[in-house]
Design a protein around this ligand. Structure first.
Ligand SMILES: [Ca+2]
Ligand SMILES: [Ca+2]
Length: 274
């Protein structure tokens, strides 16, 4: 009787296998499909990811932290699998209660484009948090919106745009005509200006003054000016020093210019009375 059992076993396995196979439902068996079903048997419908995805937006500039300037450089890379149509760029700031101060819409073509733009800042205090928002649309109407926060700081002192002083001044009865000027600017505004007038040799009633101070010049006049100026100040400071009892010899003027954020720029003008 035992010899009859063995031929029956393979048959039983086949029946069980076939029964299990017939239990599988039809489904998508393509692993690249979004509805791929590893337990399904073939024959089902597959759903694939969109073949025309949204544009890709990459905001390269501004960086996260930038120095205050009258202008902000924007650099944006755009790409799309089929074709780019338009890009709209809006830049806003907390200083303006979130309102935009720069906005543009550009027509695009091709599948890749790099935009290099310049956003001009309004003439108010723009130190603080800013935000750029880029919306890119492809030729089929697919849209991508990308944003980036960035901070604008004022860490640099005013720039001296120009300065002048007589390098050689003719001596005239102890009171040579001498005036100097310094033109300076700062994107955040200039707060104050100070100067010191130094000389090696000059006239005076005090006997100490009537000597030559070659090694150690003497401060014979100092002054300062306060400025209440709008942002992006470009100011020219001019001082007439005719009343100085200067005599023959070298002189120099040290200046200190401070912006509204407390950053300082110093410089020196030199000349000679002869
Ligand atoms: Ca596309
Ligand atoms: Ca500054």
């Amino acid at each position: 009787m035992k010899s009859f059992k063995y031929p029956i076993l393979p048959l039983l396995f086949s029946v069980v296998f076939l029964s299990l196979s017939s239990c599988k439902k039809e489904g998508c068996t393509d692993e690249t499909a979004t509805n791929y079903d590893p337990d399904a048997k073939s024959g089902g419908e597959c759903i694939y990811p969109p073949q025309n995805p949204n544009p890709v937006v990459s905001i390269l500039e501004p960086l996260e932290n930038i120095e205050l300037s009258r202008e902000i450089e924007l650099s944006i890379d755009l790409s799309d699998d089929v074709g780019l149509s338009t890009a709209t760029i809006v830049v806003s700031a907390d200083a303006l209660s979130g309102s935009g101060y720069y906005s543009t819409t550009r027509a695009l073509s091709g599948t890749e484009e790099s935009l290099e733009l310049t956003a001009e800042l309004p003439e108010v205090d723009m130190i603080g948090d800013h935000y750029i928002l880029v919306t890119c649309v492809d030729v089929e109407g697919n849209e991508t919106t990308e944003g980036k926060d960035f901070t604008v700081s004022d860490t640099e002192g005013p720039e001296v745009a120009d300065s002048s002083n007589p390098s050689s001044v003719p001596y005239e009865s102890g009171y040579p005509s001498l005036s100097f000027s310094v033109e300076f600017q700062d994107p955040g505004g200039v707060a104050s200006f100070e100067f010191e007038f130094w000389a090696h040799r000059f006239l005076g009633n005090d006997p100490m003054f009537d000597t030559e101070h070659t090694e150690n010049p003497v401060l014979i006049r100092e002054g300062s000016e306060e400025y209440t100026v709008a942002a992006y100040a470009s100011q020219s400071f001019e001082e007439d020093l005719n009343s100085l009892p200067i005599w023959f010899g070298d002189y120099w003027i040290d200046y200190t210019i401070t912006d509204v954020s407390g950053n300082v720029t110093t410089g020196r003008l030199t000349g000679v009375i002869d």
